[in-house]
Design a binder for this molecule. Structure first.
Ligand SMILES: Cc1cc2nc3c(=O)[nH]c(=O)nc-3n(C[C@H](O)[C@H](O)[C@H](O)COP(=O)(O)OP(=O)(O)OC[C@H]3O[C@@H](n4cnc5c(N)ncnc54)[C@H](O)[C@@H]3O)c2cc1C
Length: 273
């Protein structure tokens, strides 16, 4: 099977990338290409112009301060996982990056590509939501609570380029993931953070029928006590969850509860198993 003909562009400035996107026919930004290229091969997408964003300096780099971790969107999962600064500031975030796919996937796939794509089984959306991050684009700053709008759907507008993500450094955070044994995507995963203002945010990925979501009942339970026993008896409504060939919704509901408990047990750890 052949792909449709496409023109490859490699801009080196943010302005050039955004301008190009507004001028050419049927454009698409290309980052790691681990989602976009297979989609093109399967003829589910046929952009006439691919705009590779990986050579734009503003889209790379990691900056860690006392209360923020800022990561350029073209940063690979492997770079995040290996960053000693991120391991020190938010161990769970480094652990999440290290849990993605396999070693080849982690060296090519990028954080920005993942968050722009918003696959319901992707790992990063849970960290963005739980860590109350801000998604910075070429034109605005979008709070995490306003960013995810449904399956494969985000607040990004046509041509809007995700530049970097600013994560809040929490007091403590933990991540746990039940992997699909074939792809290693999440069948259910939970990211739990306690922030310095005392708030607790629990984000669930891999399970929701509208993608990543905050599990507010778990947040309220953990607000009182950051202890896995505080979650006893809590469950999510299977009607709000995905059911597919990998797992029916009621099994995912069970996994969500177990992964949330494990995320609390993993608080402060970079290793998530
Ligand atoms: C075998 C395999 C296993 C995987 N396992 C996991 C897993 O366990 N967990 C997980 O979370 N992910 C997993 N992934 C996904 C992978 O790690 C990438 O995160 C994902 O493919 C998207 O990132 P990318 O850089 O490849 O984006 P691309 O494929 O380049 O782009 C994806 C989409 O985002 C858009 N886009 C890209 N960059 C930007 C930007 N800066 N601004 C705006 N739009 C942009 C593109 O136009 C496209 O629509 C897996 C992938 C494969 C192939």
């Amino acid at each position: 099977m052949y792909m449709y003909e496409t023109t490859y562009h490699r801009p080196t400035t943010l302005t050039d990338a955004v301008t190009l996107h507004s001028e050419v026919d049927e454009p698409a930004y290309l980052s790691g290409g681990h989602t976009l290229i297979p989609t093109m091969k399967g003829r589910l997408a046929a952009p006439a112009n691919l705009i590779d964003v990986r050579r734009i300096p503003e889209l790379s780099g990691i900056t860690v301060t006392v209360d923020r971790v800022v990561i350029g969107s073209a940063t690979t999962h492997a770079t995040v996982a290996a960053s000693s600064e991120i391991v020190a500031a938010i161990p769970a975030l480094a652990g999440l990056a290290g849990s993605i796919g396999d070693v080849q996937v982690r060296h090519v796939g990028t954080m920005g590509g993942s968050v722009a794509n918003n696959d319901p089984a992707a790992d990063y959306p849970s960290a963005v939501l739980s860590l109350d991050a801000i998604v910075h684009t070429d034109r605005r700053a979008i709070p995490a609570d306003d960013y995810f709008t449904g399956l494969y759907s985000t607040a990004l507008e046509q041509g809007e380029l995700l530049v970097r993500i600013e994560y809040k450094v929490p007091e403590i955070a933990g991540y746990a993931k039940f992997r699909n044994p074939a792809s290693r995507y999440a069948m259910a995963a939970a990211f739990v953070s306690k922030h310095r203002d005392g708030s607790v945010r629990v984000a669930i990925t891999g399970a929701g029928n509208a993608g990543v979501f905050r599990w507010t009942e778990a947040e309220e339970a953990l607000q009182g006590s950051l202890d896995p026993r505080a979650l006893k008896g809590l469950s999510v409504d299977p009607d709000t969850l995905m059911g597919d060939m990998h797992a029916p919704a009621d099994y995912r509901a069970h996994l969500v509860a177990v992964m949330t408990r494990r995320a609390v047990e993993n608080l402060g750890r970079a290793r998530i198993d």
